[in-house]
Design a protein around this ligand. Structure first.
Ligand SMILES: [Zn+2]
Length: 926
């Protein structure tokens, strides 16, 4: 037998596979899957490994099912990150150098050249391709491109022309996340912290103070009527600043923020928070009120001071209560203004007292505030004296009143903080003018996307609500940047299209990527792409033959069947790509499905390159072998679940593959005559084929491996145990070998290519036919008999462990026929719990009395414990238990080393025999 040597298998298969995974349009039905292309700025770790191996397993599965499968790959190099990296390398930044030299193992001579950003992406694109290939990914590399290729830019220009003409691109002033250090809007991918933060629009309520104002931000302007005081943080130094020429008292942070939001701001002087305590402010809608101290007030939240509505805001109530418990400001009473079902006059007081909250710093305060906010908005109504309207109506009316008559302004702020840029700078909200936006807020566009989502299969189904929510929430998207790599914005060439906006329809570009390279970029007019992707004829199209070939590719492959990506892209990329597809492509070419992945952990902690908590994919392949890495990643969790990489577990997977390899070699030349147990083995194999197939059709890689590997291995263990002494099985094992190798090919293709040759398979196993199920070979009768024997052996083993004597004999007592009748009646009853009265209607059963009711109860328990398909088989097929055990007596005597007697329970001398049930004989060891 050849040695088990994974790296030799890898070498050999790589040679055999050269050029094999380069599909062209054909007569066969196609299966096109794709993955979010990587940004190649560092080495791949095992988390990336799973992202690309899952689709490969699926690709290999469908290829063996006879489909023409396309799995392409490209590299996304748009944007600024790589420019930042090259800058940090050129100024010899220690952390960056360490990351690239030590973790990513970039040779010194190459690292030197990283001062050029394009060198970084070129280097890592090649590395990605090399490592992906080493993992056995069946990618069509002819179609590889990067997003800065001139032909790709032409494609993007065409895309944007369509978006623009359809009214999806607008210019305007909008609040965006902004980094003042980079002088650039900040996307999700540019953030170290706070990628879930939303920009919220607050109303600033202007309280008159001295000769100027103190603004406080609120999301609930209608509560102005219940304001009893303002809160100031005594530990903070505030500023007096001229904002648009008027004096405001605000936090220093607020002054910086307002400057980015279309205000002129000049700081005049500092004012300690303590100096504001007990000063009086006024507002026309609530009168004169004092400023009081509270520690919860955050200077980094909006204006840095807040208004207090203790009747309706839990924080305000607790802060006031704290002061009053010290005997201060006891004359202040909460002013209720909203009535809401389920709460008393002052709902905040109710909620706080009910929850038993004792301090402002209680962790539950935020949740309580949120709950109050939602409940009052949904069900609250203003009291008669404040107009009597529902909160949801009053809110906008009061806001409008304050803006028109009482000088209220708008301030934008994040809903959660901090929000931190990759550069380390705090991100702020800036109103950008003359900025280009994609109008994701457009209800008509949203409706098109929602409609398309209904026609798509989403895996796992739970993600659907997240997609719906994203479509709902999406607002206009700043789609250009000043700095970075990428395609120039056609209507303003000082700007570049940002990374999440030039990566939305490239799945269509894959279909032509290898052919369009032959065309000169300057011939690629919008008309050319209109022809390829939309079939629009026009005069003077260049090189029509080439265009026709591309049109054919597109029509063959599109729409794609499934797109794969990590779940953190639902809120942006995965949803954006549907927006863009519906805006440009014809109905029949819109996306069909998406599979969303869970995250990767390393020894229980989140993988993160920047924190050094990664295990490089290449190191994993070298240490354990590519098949081991693949099988571990596919077997440890379903794709949408999080997985945890642990070296010790991976090592045990390698042993499993070796076991498989040895077993196939042991079985492949066996030539004995088939027995009943062979029929059992083959019948079981059909079930495993069916279940593996169904699992892979549903992307359940873990479930598929359970069936295709462990279930078959378990059956073989039993099979070998059941063979007569000296036998190593029958020639049927050869067809099991052939099916088993094919079932595991998607998971461990290198080992399987080698084994396929060893067992005399034709051609490459990667292109062999997937095993099919011949229903004729199913033998439920034999399966049931074997199941009975297997369970009895397990029961005997556990009894043997429990008794202290050395056994001298075993007696198996079989249940009488009338118990079988009872079993059958219960098993077939529509409601099993009501079956006993039915049974006792029978005259013969009634005569048996308690004996019969006891048996019925025991059968009910047994039926609940047995797998449903077994119960069904017992009830329908039935099994001759005596024959099974008599036939298996030599086996049982060999297993247990003592004489085995088979008796009928009712004629047995053992008291225990009375407990015999169908499919569960009474067992006596003496
Ligand atoms: Zn920054």
């Amino acid at each position: 037998m050849a040695d088990f040597d994974l790296s030799a298998f890898e070498q050999r298969a790589q040679d055999l596979w050269k050029g094999s995974f380069e599909p062209d349009p054909s007569e066969k039905e196609k299966y096109y899957l794709n993955v979010a292309y990587p940004y190649p700025s560092g080495a791949m770790h095992v988390g990336h490994g799973r992202t690309y191996i899952v689709p490969d397993v699926i690709a290999r599965f469908w290829r063996m099912r006879g489909r023409q499968v396309l799995y392409p790959m490209a590299f996304h190099v748009t944007g600024a990150p790589v420019i930042g990296i090259s800058k940090r390398i050129s100024r010899q930044d220690e952390n960056t150098i360490r990351l690239y030299r030590d973790l990513y193992k970039v040779p010194p001579a190459v690292l030197e050249k990283f001062v050029d950003p394009l060198t970084i992406v070129r280097h890592f694109s090649d590395e990605y391709q090399r490592v992906m290939s080493s993992c056995g990914l069946s990618i069509d590399w002819r179609r590889r491109f990067t997003t800065v290729d001139p032909t790709y830019s032409k494609f993007i220009e065409w895309q944007w022309k369509h978006l623009y003409e359809a009214g999806h691109v607008i210019k305007g002033a909008h609040p965006v996340r902004y980094c003042t250090f980079d002088e650039n809007p900040v996307g999700d991918h540019d953030l170290l912290e706070g990628d879930k933060a939303e920009v919220i629009r607050f109303t600033l309520v202007m309280f008159r103070f001295d000769d100027g104002f103190i603004p406080t931000a609120t999301l609930r302007p209608e509560t102005i009527y219940g304001v009893t005081n303002l809160w100031v943080n005594p530990g903070v130094t505030y500023v007096r600043a001229l904002v648009d020429g008027k004096p405001w008292v605000i936090s220093r942070e607020a002054a910086e923020k307002l400057l980015l939001q279309d205000h002129t701001v000049t700081i005049e002087k500092e004012i300690p928070g303590t100096a504001l305590i007990e000063r009086i402010v006024s507002h026309p809608l609530c009168g004169e009120i004092p400023i009081l101290p509270a520690d919860f007030v955050d200077p980094d939240m909006a204006s840095g001071l807040v208004m207090s509505v203790p009747a309706h805001a839990p924080f305000d109530y607790v802060a006031l209560r704290d002061l009053q418990r010290q005997g201060r400001y006891t004359h202040i009473r909460p002013v209720p203004l909203i009535r809401v079902e389920g709460y008393g006059e002052a709902p905040a007081q109710d909620a706080v007292e009910r929850a038993g909250i004792t301090t402002q710093l209680d962790a539950r305060m935020d949740a309580l505030t949120q709950e109050m906010y939602s409940t009052e908005f949904a069900k609250g109504q203003l009291l008669e004296k404040f107009g009597g309207k529902p909160v949801r109506v009053a809110r906008d009316e009061v806001a409008a009143l304050m803006t028109e008559q009482h000088g209220s302004a708008v301030m934008y702020e994040f809903d959660t903080r901090p929000v931190v840029c990759r550069c380390g700078n705090r991100v702020k909200v800036k109103i950008i003018h003359d900025q280009w936006f994609l109008r994701y807020s457009d209800p008509a566009w949203k409706a098109q996307v929602s409609d398309q989502l209904k026609h798509m299969s989403l895996v796992p189904p739970e993600v659907r609500s997240e997609f719906d929510r994203t479509v709902d929430w999406l607002r206009d998207w700043a789609c250009t940047r000043r700095v970075g790599l990428g395609t120039r914005f056609p209507w303003d060439t000082t700007q570049l299209i940002e990374p999440l906006s030039d990566s939305t329809i490239y799945m269509a570009y894959y279909t032509i990527a290898h052919r369009i390279r032959e065309m000169a970029p300057d011939t690629l007019t919008p008309e050319v792409f209109d022809y390829i992707f939309l079939g629009k004829e026009s005069k003077s199209l260049p090189q029509k033959v080439k265009l026709d070939a591309m049109r054919k590719e597109f029509l063959y492959w599109y729409p794609y069947n499934f797109r794969f990506s990590a779940k953190d892209l639902i809120s942006n990329h995965l949803t954006f790509q549907i927006f863009h597809h519906v805006a440009i492509f014809e109905k029949q070419h819109l996306p069909r499905g998406m599979v969303v992945f869970g995250m990767g952990l390393l020894n229980g902690a989140k993988m993160s390159s920047s924190k050094g908590n990664v295990f490089l994919l290449e190191d994993a392949v070298k240490e354990f072998g590519a098949d081991t890495v693949r099988m571990f990643l596919m077997g440890s969790a379903e794709p949408w679940q999080d997985f945890d990489w642990r070296n010790e577990l991976v090592a045990s997977v390698k042993k499993q593959i070796e076991r498989f390899y040895i077993t196939i070699h042991e079985m492949k030349d066996v030539a004995g005559e088939p027995k009943d147990i062979d029929l059992w083995l083959m019948s079981r194999l059909l079930e495993h084929i069916e279940k593996t197939t169904a699992s892979l059709e549903n992307f359940q890689t873990r479930q598929a491996l359970q069936e295709a590997f462990f279930s078959i291995e378990n059956d073989l263990k039993w099979y070998r145990r059941r063979l007569p002494e000296g036998s190593d099985g029958s020639r049927m094992l050869r067809s099991l070998c052939s099916a088993w190798v094919r079932l595991l090919t998607p998971f461990i293709p290198f080992t399987c290519e080698k084994l396929w040759q060893d067992i005399g398979g034709q051609g490459l196993v990667s292109f062999a036919d997937w095993p099919v199920v011949d229903q004729q070979q199913k033998n439920l009768r034999i399966e049931l008999a074997e199941e009975l024997l297997l369970r009895t052996v397990e029961d005997l083993e556990s009894i043997k462990k429990l008794i202290p004597i050395t056994p001298r004999s075993i007696t198996i007592s079989i249940a009488p026929a009338w118990k079988h009748e009872i079993f059958k009646t219960i098993a077939c009853a529509p409601d099993r719990n009501l079956a006993i009265p039915t049974i006792m209607k029978d005259e013969l059963m009634r005569r048996r009395g308690k004996e019969a009711t006891d048996a019925a109860k025991q059968c009910t328990t047994l039926i609940h414990r047995l797998p449903p398909h077994i119960v069904e088989l017992i009830a329908t097929e039935g099994v001759n238990e005596r024959a099974v055990f008599e036939q298996a007596t030599p086996f049982l005597e060999k297993e247990f080393g003592v004489p085995v007697h088979i008796t009928d329970a009712e004629s047995s001398r053992h008291a225990k025999s009375a407990g015999a049930l169908p499919f569960k004989p009474a067992l006596v060891i003496e």
